[in-house]
Design a binder for this molecule. Sequence first.
Ligand code: F0G
Length: 354
Amino acid sequence: ANGWPGLIEAYRAYLPVSDQTPVVTLHEGNTPLISVPAIASEIGKNVKVFVKYDGLNPTGSFKDRGMTMAISKAKEAGSAAVICASTGNTSAAAAAYAQRGGLKPVVLIPDGYVAMGKLAQALLYGAKVVAIQGNFDQALEIVRAMSETYPITLVNSLNPYRLEGQKTAAFEVVDVLGDAPDWLCIPVGNAGNITAYWRGFKAYFQENRASHLPKMMGFQAAGAAPLVLGTRVYEPETLATAIRIGNPANEALALQVREESQGEFNAVTDAEILAAYRMLAAQEGIFCEPASAASVAGLLKVKDRVPANATVVCVLTGNGLKDPGTAMEQDGQSFHQGVPAQMDAIAEIIGIGS
Ligand code: F0G
């Protein structure tokens, strides 16, 4: 067939795969880089802002990039089952790719803190879903131990193939812009994705496909900001449940990214996240999930420090449809219910023709 083959075929030379690797793909990757002029105009200074809309991947998040690699390699190694802890998106991706590859997926999630769309996906794809009375950090500790005790492959970002797949998002950004951006703004939870992007930018820089490296700007939710605070958060809280994480597994790598890129970690409040979430939808036509909007909220928070004429990319990690509940709770909507099925009544409501 023609068309985009999925990221393993597209970037095979950069990935640890061989002719022996059975590629499990849903044709993930190749997501759009979209200009967001309303956000750019908040900053001014002739700054260009784009979003990398990774919510358009097959299961609706960037996790598909890592999962096509992790599942293909697990299958190559003869593994029969995979396990992960998840705030929702990893579980959806693991379930989809494992089932497609003929492996059995098991997912541990924090009971009551996973957005409905993500849970619906994992269930329908057919994963064994275990909701624990604990948070993501506790779930991750358990699945790490289980993968060391039982014959089941861990597909959290501690699995080295996950970040290899995810680094392709940086390749796509550079391929479209023709160079690296000056800043890369990204939400940070377990700190895998920021590490993966940095790897991708460095690989392209080393091959002279980019003239420079971006400053990596990681944003955490204020109630779940261990990398900003410099200490573990035992009871992380944020409405951006995707990044409700207090003990990031990739902390050491993320600190290295900050240092090497002369980047920063900053916190954004839930109110700032929601403001960016609504702005993306209502002014740019882009529906992302709350955690994803942390990248834009963060950019707006530190806008005074963006250099003039800079090119900035904000990563939108997940699709807004993942979390319809949060969308429905926002005010400022114009929803008229129980209206008579008559033209006059409708014309009056929309204020037309009178
Ligand atoms: N944005 C979304 C929508 C996510 O689902 C996640 C992580 C992140 C950002 C943060 O990425 O962990 O690489 O720093 N979600 C994981 C999950 C934890 O289980 O789906 P990170």
